[in-house]
Design a protein. Structure first.
Length: 220
């Protein structure tokens, strides 16, 4: 099978980073070469922009400014990390991608979806994830988890109403694109969430294998 691009999405405190590492480890156990990365960030240029965005004061950027920073970071990330890895046949596991922009800056802050999609087309063209795992959790619980970890980011400082809009945004995206997205309940122990995630990934891998068998006529 060719390399696949898998993204993990969700609000604050859903455990995306932990589950991304666990998914990458599981994929390696299945014999795949895996590149782990994140957004914003993932390449040197994008990591520099991540610092500019995430560590700014809460009033440091308006929503449109955030989108433009994210788009510049995403372009560098795609060119230098994601696309080269996929061309080599690696699987790429990414902690956040464009759905976070749609949910946070779109649903959360109110940037018009047509603006976000026009910018995405400019940055990425027709490219997109093969599978998106949306980790879903009550924002009150997620914020408690996130704030207990230590210093909070500018996004974690925003109120629960904002994070509720973000959660609904992720669920709307998943409902609109069920062929790409799988919603994973993120409550419970880490191992429980991991098991849910792996089951969803196994289901998609089986579907991809079946599709490839149809194309090749089952000839290996």
């Amino acid at each position: 099978m060719r390399g696949r691009f898998i993204t993990l999405e969700g609000g604050e405190g859903t455990g995306k980073s932990t589950q991304a590492r666990r998914l990458a480890s599981w994929l390696r156990d299945q014999g795949h070469t895996v590149v782990e990365t994140r957004e914003p960030g993932g390449s040197p240029g994008a990591e520099a922009l991540r610092q500019v965005l995430v560590e700014a004061p809460t009033d440091g950027w308006d929503a449109v400014g955030e989108v433009l920073i994210l788009c510049a970071a995403r372009r560098d990330h795609l060119r230098r990390v994601i696309w080269p890895a996929l061309r080599k046949g690696a699987w790429v596991v990414c902690d956040r991608f464009a759905d976070s922009t749609r949910a946070y800056q779109g649903h959360g802050h109110g940037v018009a979806p047509e603006i976000l999609e026009t910018l995405y087309e400019l940055v990425a063209g027709p490219f997109g994830p093969d599978l998106t795992l949306v980790l879903d959790l009550d924002p009150n619980v997620g914020l408690m988890r996130a704030r207990a970890r230590g210093p909070v980011t500018r996004f974690e400082c925003l109120d629960v109403e904002f994070h509720t809009r973000v959660r609904l945004g992720f669920l709307e995206i998943a409902g609109r694109e069920p062929e790409r997205c799988a919603v994973i309940p993120a409550d419970g122990e880490e191992n429980t969430v991991t098991a849910r995630m792996i089951r969803a990934v196994q289901t998609r891998i089986a579907a991809w294998s079946a599709d490839e068998d149809m194309v090749t006529g089952g000839v290996s």
